[in-house]
Design a protein around this ligand. Structure first.
Ligand code: 6PG
Length: 627
């Protein structure tokens, strides 16, 4: 990569000497900024007057143009005092990514003595003092102590120029750590940061680095400034911290150390609306923001997650090679990572991913309960689920089959787990987003509320005493029928999830590509499945999967089993909210004439809300005096 290296510092710090030596050593062109002053500046300076900012403007622009012209073909070294940040902004305008700063730093006394010991030189102390007064220390320069010998200085600069990381990972929780190892395993030079909390989080980054040989070259920090300074510009910093307020605190902590065009990537399960706000806020600071969904859990993060980045498209181009390299690959070897769309669209689709995940999990929990009611013990349930892989393969099916095999002592572990399901909030957000957008994601809310019901353990125990529960010995279903009911509900689940994405895309003008989204969910993520692979093709021709001829055939084939399983479960008092809702929703969405006419009449009766008529296509509103 071509660079322009600006060597800066107050008069007398040795810029020209070091600049020339450096250019020579690196075999680059050398320019002394002072040689580019316009006539007027030279006249002014030789009459003993100092230059003001207006005088400097044109000169700094000339140097900026010089740098740009050089960069077309080659790298170069330019020396210039560049004492104020605004001067440096002009010098690096449009070439921030290619600009490196070297600051030759020394104390007033040191420089005063050094300059005035030169035979042909004299600098009054006021002049030097004014230089120190003006100097605004650069935040992202390679800082060089001028008491070193020139040889040492050149060596140090060269070392520092080489010795920067390409990518920073902020937050070393389970996911952050796995991503670090993934990046390092892929040969990227990374810096890793974890905060220091006395007695709680101490030397986390350092200890983590020591634990894994692939992290030998990685740099470990618990100091934000050093972490940020260790990164090549524009810096790419991925946050893997708890979603919510923490993200904002971290952003505020980072901001003072960042430079224009640096990129922050939020890889947590953040709310998509917050991502949009953060995007806008950081734009005002000249910082790019990418909100990205990351799915795959600890193992996925380590071996290849599915990554769903969104936000600033240009900034994405700068981080694409990192994210695409560490992501899982689809069956054609393409990365399961693609630029999703603007604003928080990446986090929106991750949220929906999690909603679909909740349903897939709930369906597996329900079918397992039915299988148990048929008398299957966990080992047999596991075998049954294994057998379903041929026609309904998915990651969640696979892990559930494995879960049922796990024993602790003589009993199955799954039987010892308290039946209260936790959640971290994404299913909740999906349900809220569905309600806000007016999209009936009924399976997602059903799966979410099932978790909530499970949480009322004490009340469930209490109420179970008041009502007799049937023994499901009369249950009349086959495992094939259960499999088909499961398949039916999964298609409805995916219909609803993608419907929610499609509606959000329209509402927010995101222009999302459903086929690409399905594609990046075919590997690495929690909801990867053969059905998802099929949807990649389906979405190439339609955004509504219930219009696809193959899926229509499947639904028609599964429907009888679905109805039978659901009704048998109802008769036998087996709780199957998601399987049941799939049938109900399907009936609703395929009903030509719904019962909503009665709702409309009721609304008009008590609230004069009016209604429209089937026999008047104009859409006119009618009100009736019902009594
Ligand atoms: C993933 C998962 C991951 C995580 C969720 C689940 O795609 O890797 O979805 O994001 O498991 O936090 O959240 P709940 O705690 O709400 O089940």
């Amino acid at each position: 990569m071509k660079n322009v290296i600006f060597v800066m510092g107050v008069s007398g710090c040795g810029k020209s000497t070091i600049g020339k030596l450096l250019a020579q050593d690196l075999n680059m062109a050398f320019f002394d900024g002072d040689d580019f002053h316009p006539e007027a500046n030279i006249t002014k300076m030789s009459s003993g007057q100092s230059l003001n900012d207006d005088d400097r403007q044109g000169w700094l622009e000339t140097l900026n143009n010089l740098a740009k012209t050089q960069l077309i073909n080659t790298s170069c070294v330019i020396v210039c005092s560049a004492l104020k940040q605004k001067y440096r902004d002009i010098l690096s305008s449009d070439i921030q990514n290619e600009t490196k700063w070297v600051h030759l730093a020394g104390s007033f006394d040191q420089i005063f003595e050094r300059v005035n010991s030169r035979a042909d030189h004299f600098m009054p102390s006021e002049l030097l003092k004014s230089q120190f007064d003006i100097l605004e220390e650069p935040k992202n320069a390679i800082e060089i102590d001028i008491s070193l010998t020139p040889e040492q200085i050149i060596k140090k600069i060269k070392q520092e120029l080489m010795n920067t990381s390409e990518f920073g990972l902020f937050g070393l929780g389970v996911m952050g750590k796995s991503l670090c190892r993934n990046l390092a395993n892929n040969g990227f030079k990374i810096s890793m940061f974890n905060r220091h909390v006395d007695g709680v989080e101490e030397d986390v980054a350092k200890n983590f680095k020591a634990q894994y040989s692939e992290l030998d070259q990685a740099k470990a920090f618990d100091d934000i400034a050093s972490f940020v300074n260790s990164l090549q510009q524009p810096r790419k910093i991925m946050l893997m911290v708890n979603a919510g307020k923490t993200i904002d605190y971290v952003i505020e902590d980072l901001l003072p150390h960042l430079s224009e065009n640096d990129i922050i990537i939020d890889g947590g399960n953040s709310n998509y609306k917050k991502t949009k706000e953060r995007n806008e806020y950081l734009k005002t600071k000249g910082i790019h923001f990418i909100g990205t969904g990351v799915s795959g859990g600890e193992e996925g993060a380590l071996k290849g997650p599915s990554i769903m980045p969104s936000g600033d498209k240009d900034a994405y181009e700068n981080v694409a090679r990192f994210l695409e390299t560490i992501s899982a690959k689809d069956k054609n070897g393409l990365p399961c990572c693609t630029y999703v769309g603007p604003e928080g669209s990446g986090q929106f689709i991750k949220m929906v991913h999690n909603g679909v995940e909740y349903v897939e999990m709930q369906l597996l929990a329900e079918v397992s309960t039915i299988l148990e009611a048929l008398g299957q013990n966990p080992d047999v349930i596991s075998k049954t689920l294994e057998g379903w892989k041929a026609s309904a393969s998915s990651y969640l099916l696979e892990i559930t089959a494995t879960i049922f095999q796990k024993k602790e002592g003589d009993d199955w572990l799954v039987k010892k787990i308290l039946d209260k399901a936790g959640n971290k909030g994404t299913g909740n957000w999906t349900t809220i987003a569905s309600a806000e957008l007016g999209v009936p994601s009924t399976l997602i809310s059903s799966a979410l509320f099932s978790r909530y019901i499970s949480f009322y353990k004490e009340e469930r125990i209490e109420l179970s005493k008041n009502f007799d529960k049937l023994d499901p010995s009369e249950l009349d279903v086959t495992t094939t029928e259960i499999l088909e009911a499961y398949q039916f509900a999964r298609i409805i689940n995916h219909y609803q999830g993608f419907k929610l994405i499609a509606e959000a895309s329209n509402k927010f003008s995101w222009d999302l590509n459903l086929s690409e989204i399905a594609r990046i969910w075919t590997n690495g993520c929690i909801i990867r499945s053969t059905l998802m692979e099929e949807l990649v093709e389906v979405f190439k021709t339609t955004s509504n999967i219930l219009t696809d001829s193959h899926l229509i055939t499947l639904i028609n084939h599964y429907k009888p089993s679905s109805k039978k399983v659901v009704s048998q479960c109802v008769l036998n008092e087996i709780t199957i909210p998601a399987l049941g809702e799939a049938v109900q929703f399907f009936n609703g969405i395929t009903t030509k004439y719904a019962s909503a006419n009665i709702i409309q009449a009721q609304r008009d009766y008590f609230g004069a809300h009016t209604y429209q008529r089937l026999d008047d296509a104009s859409g006119k509103s009618y009100h009736t005096n019902w009594i």
